[in-house]
Design a protein around this ligand. Structure first.
Ligand code: GLU
Ligand code: MG
Length: 490
């Protein structure tokens, strides 16, 4: 299940007696199934055996295997270390109805996925298996879901991200991605309580870092022990808010990393009598938590954001890709900012990128171009999608950005003129606002042939069902009620 390996065509594990089209689900329409076929069972068993031999002496007793549902919640099945070889061979049972869970655990249904019947197999990706530094005795691996016959589950979000990565690779392109993690840290208390902060330090204040220096140091150590390269950690604007950023990597790896970073922060917080919230807004009216997605497109080791004749040195391919993403931002919000609470954050003058425009280093533009300092531009130049938040399923977010970006590249789209300055101060109507609520984003998503085709009907419709249900659920909620309902869910 190496994310770097694009297996040859063919539906399933050759060692699966019932594998292949006859025993599996219909092919999803969104990309080559061969790209996400399971490696042979014997290979999976041997790799798991090797991992058990390594992790046992290191004190690991159990492995948590996560997947992220369409509401953006990381769900988990865990096995004792002694069960890892079996889990790698046969997967762990997981009901398909998880695809239609809402963030509050309500279960809905969709046209193609839902109901109490059926079972899927969740397979740990052993390439990403790592002991959890802040949860002694535990290791973690991201999971992927296949049918009992060994076919890719068409609703699996991580497989979607891998299919889109393979679609880019088919054009000779790779994407590097990184997701910034912002969170608010509060004193642990009852879930329904208003947050009380462990520091009263000002925005970006050294005061805040000093108050929480042991805690932040432990976050850094835990992330490093888990093999992550931290670029920066700092206090953010809102009370109790911090941010950590990590080095860019492949899109699937970046999505895995954000799951790992968040659960690490949560675990370190618990060890300090604290509680972390990654919700879009933690206190109504305050600046929120973003989940900005940085991306750069590469061909043959060359960063396509540089050396071209487009704006700020963009190559035609990078420009086409970014134009595809920019044009699709209203529908991308359905995947990049899942919760209705995200629209409380996505407002002007909050650095959340509420306007559908792009600009060099413009923090109010939904698409911010970053070229970096002279001398390191060929590696540093990238684009940042600011309107996304941590309620996104990160696999859906990167997969959908790839789908819409590649569509723009294929159509050789050009970017509209750059916007400089504050869009809120521009003549009203000249800079389009992104959707102000979920209904508007859902309407754009319904019209997106690109996303429907890339995701395949089962996944596309399951997301639609979840998003529609959450939109209706909170249609009459006040901002305070919506914040209270989501504050401790993410
Ligand atoms: N917290 C802001 C947001 O909601 C972003 C601040 C920043 O630019 O880092 O997206
Ligand atoms: Mg920030």
């Amino acid at each position: 299940m190496s994310t770097g390996t694009v297996a040859s065509a063919g539906l399933a594990d050759p060692s699966e007696p019932e594998g292949g089209p006859a025993g599996g689900a219909a092919a999803p329409s969104g990309g080559p199934l061969g790209a996400v076929a399971l490696p042979p069972r014997a290979e999976r068993a041997a790799r798991a055996q090797e991992a058990v031999g390594r992790l046992g002496p290191a004190g690991v007793d159990a492995v948590a295997v996560t997947w992220v549902d369409n509401a953006g919640i990381a769900r988990v099945k865990a096995v004792p270390l002694s069960g890892l070889v079996h889990a790698a061979q046969w997967g762990v049972g997981a009901a398909p109805c998880f695809d239609v869970f809402l963030a509050d655990d309500t279960i809905v249904t969709s046209r193609l996925i839902g109901g109490p019947t059926g079972d899927l197999r969740l397979y740990p990706d052993l390439d990403r298996l790592v002991p959890l530094a802040a949860q002694p005795g535990w290791a973690w691996a991201p999971g992927e879901r296949y049918t009992q016959a060994g076919s890719p589950h068409p609703g699996c979000q991580r497989l979607f991200a891998r299919r889109m990565t393979a679609a880019a690779a088919g054009r000779g392109l790779t994407l590097k991605a990184g997701i910034e993690v912002e969170w608010v840290v509060a004193l642990a208390g009852e879930p329904q309580e208003e947050p009380r902060f462990p520091t009263a330090g000002p925005a970006y204040g050294m005061h805040r870092l000093t108050d929480l220096s042991d805690y932040l140091r432990e976050v850094l150590r835990a992330l490093a022990e888990q093999g992550l390269t931290v670029l920066q950690i700092h206090p953010e604007y809102a009370p109790g808010q911090f941010e950590v950023s990590v080095a860019p990597e492949g899109p699937v790896e970046a999505a895995d990393t954000t799951v790992l970073v968040r659960q690490t922060i949560r675990a370190v917080s618990a060890r300090h009598g604290l509680r972390a919230s990654f919700a879009p807004v933690v206190e109504a009216g305050s600046v929120g938590n973003g989940g900005h997605l940085h991306l750069s497109l590469w061909r043959d080791g060359h960063n396509l954001a540089r050396g071209g004749s487009g704006p700020h040195g963009l190559t035609a391919e990078a420009e086409g890709f970014l134009a595809g993403v920019l044009g699709a931002l209203p529908e991308l919000l359905v995947l990049g900012s899942s919760s209705p609470a995200g629209y409380l954050r996505l407002v002007p003058s909050h650095w959340a990128g509420a306007y559908q425009c792009w600009g060099l280093e413009n923090r109010e533009a939904a698409l911010r171009l970053v070229t970096g300092s002279s001398g390191e531009r060929s590696t540093a130049a990238n684009a940042e999608i600011k309107c996304f938040d941590a309620t996104a399923n990160p696999y859906l977010a990167v997969g959908a950005v790839l789908a819409t970006g590649l569509a723009g590249l294929d159509q050789r789209l050009a970017l509209p003129p750059e916007f400089t300055g504050d869009p809120a101060a521009a003549t009203p109507g000249t800079v389009p606002r992104l959707p102000a609520g979920p209904a508007e984003a859902i309407a754009a998503y319904r019209k997106s042939a690109v996303l429907r085709e890339a995701m395949g009907e089962p996944l596309y419709e399951a997301v639609l069902a979840v998003r529609t249900a959450e939109s209706e659920q909170y249609a009459d909620a006040t901002p305070q009620e919506l914040v209270a309902a989501t504050r401790w869910r993410y």
